[in-house]
Design a protein around this ligand. Structure first.
Ligand code: ZN
Length: 415
């Protein structure tokens, strides 16, 4: 018998936390934070045999140092690129919390404690905990992203993490050849809709960038440091325009390039990155907004980072464009802009005159592909996490004959 407790990420996107308890082990899958509300998962205690992180994004990793702060003495497991990117994002999170005047959830020395207890796991590798085991598989979402398979007393429980079944120019497709799965715990971010064709969307984005630059404007692309920045860079690099990279995406790209095995085409990224101009000083920012160019910059949800400076300078310029491509959490500056057409950030509250367009370039699976995966895998039970529309998806899967369930926050099930 394995007990599965959903500590977070139940019927919501973000702050993941899943506790597995068997006779042999007590394993925590992820310990993330809601990056907008700063809500955290329920405390699992420090009596754990291991903590596994699927990938670096803070909604999956952002609370791991809290465990060490509270006295957890065991290891944290992830792939090598996940560890490097996670360290970058965690340090930035402390800075952001301080800047906002919030009490940081943990301090740099808690991050250091976390780093000392790192144990890497590679795709295809199995780690044993007594008679239980955990195996890592590629999940496609961003470089280093893993799905984990937990085996205990003949039960096979798979957690997808954030998953994408289609390969991109940045990262290959997720592994999907699982057999005999008793319980599938799957992310369901986009269980309610399909993504448009990725190549067509990228073509449209490239067109929008070209039009803007031919009109002597600036194309501004807010992007997550980890994942989206690199994909945009690869896909816009060959257009022949000056591309400026600003914010944490520069360091994140450097760290990704240190792990070429986890990229689908490392030389593409290396070339695009070496061609891009990296912005380090405010004087450079002031200079580049004076001529046509492409700017890829953090923060992806527009809540902070250099994008705030660029918006201040460019929002009333009709010749410029704001090209959005990322997931926007409710309540963020970017989401409010998409929903209301108003850019509200601190003292600024304006209706931007620049051209604004959204391009759906999600790094998550969509409805069609998750259904195909479920039909191919035929798990005995399905638990839906990491989604705002999970009860509807549960209903749909049940109508198709699957034993699906959308657990609530804090709920435990035994399998
Ligand atoms: Zn993610």
């Amino acid at each position: 018998m394995v007990g599965i407790t959903f500590l977070g990420g139940a019927r919501e996107v973000g702050r993941m936390g899943i506790l597995l308890e068997s006779r042999e082990s007590r394993i925590l899958w992820e310990y993330g934070v809601n990056v907008q509300t700063m809500d955290v998962p329920t405390d699992p205690g420090t009596n754990l045999d291991g903590v596994f992180v699927t990938h670096a994004h803070l909604d999956h990793s952002g609370c791991v140092p809290v465990l060490y702060k509270e006295g957890y003495k065991g290891n944290v497991y992830a792939t090598p690129p996940t560890f490097e990117l996670m360290s970058l994002l965690l340090r930035d999170a402390v800075k952001v919390q301080k800047k906002k005047g919030l009490q940081p959830q943990f301090l740099p020395h808690d991050i250091e404690k976390t780093e000392r207890m790192r144990k890497t796991i590679k795709f295809g590798q199995t780690l044993e905990f007594g008679r239980d085991s955990v195996t890592a598989y590629s999940a496609g979402h961003i470089p280093g992203a893993a799905s984990y398979l937990f085996e205990s007393e003949g039960k096979r429980i798979l957690f997808t993490g954030d998953i994408k079944f289609i390969g991109t120019k940045l990262v290959g497709p997720a592994f999907s050849g699982y057999k005999d799965i008793d319980v599938l715990i799957t992310e369901s971010t986009y269980s309610y809709k399909n993504h448009p064709d990725r190549e067509e969307t990228l073509d449209k984005l490239r067109e929008a960038v070209q039009e803007t630059l031919y009109n002597n404007g600036i194309a501004l692309l807010p992007a997550f440091a980890v994942g989206r920045t690199q994909e945009l860079l690869i896909n816009l690099s060959d257009l022949g325009f000056s591309i400026y990279l600003d914010g944490m995406g520069i360091e994140a790209t450097d760290r990704m390039l240190a792990h070429p095995k986890y990229l689908s085409n490392p030389s593409l990224l290396r070339r695009a990155f070496s061609r891009a101009h990296k912005i380090e000083r405010q004087s450079e920012r002031n200079r580049i907004v004076k001529k046509p160019c492409v700017i890829i910059t953090t923060a992806g949800m527009m809540n902070g980072g250099p994008v705030s400076f660029y918006m201040k300078k460019l929002h009333d310029r009709e010749d410029c464009s704001l090209l959005l491509t990322g997931y926007m959490v409710e309540g963020t500056v970017g989401r409010t802009l998409m929903d209301t057409g108003r850019y509200m950030n601190g003292e600024i509250d304006v209706e931007p005159k620049m051209r604004m367009e959204f391009f759906d370039l999600s790094a998550h699976t969509d409805r069609q592909h998750i259904i195909e995966f479920i039909e191919k895998t035929e798990p005995k039970r399905i638990m839906l996490v990491h989604g705002d529309h999970n009860p509807e998806f549960e209903k749909f899967l049940r109508s198709r004959g699957f034993d699906a369930h959308a657990p609530r926050m804090g709920e435990s099930v035994e399998v």
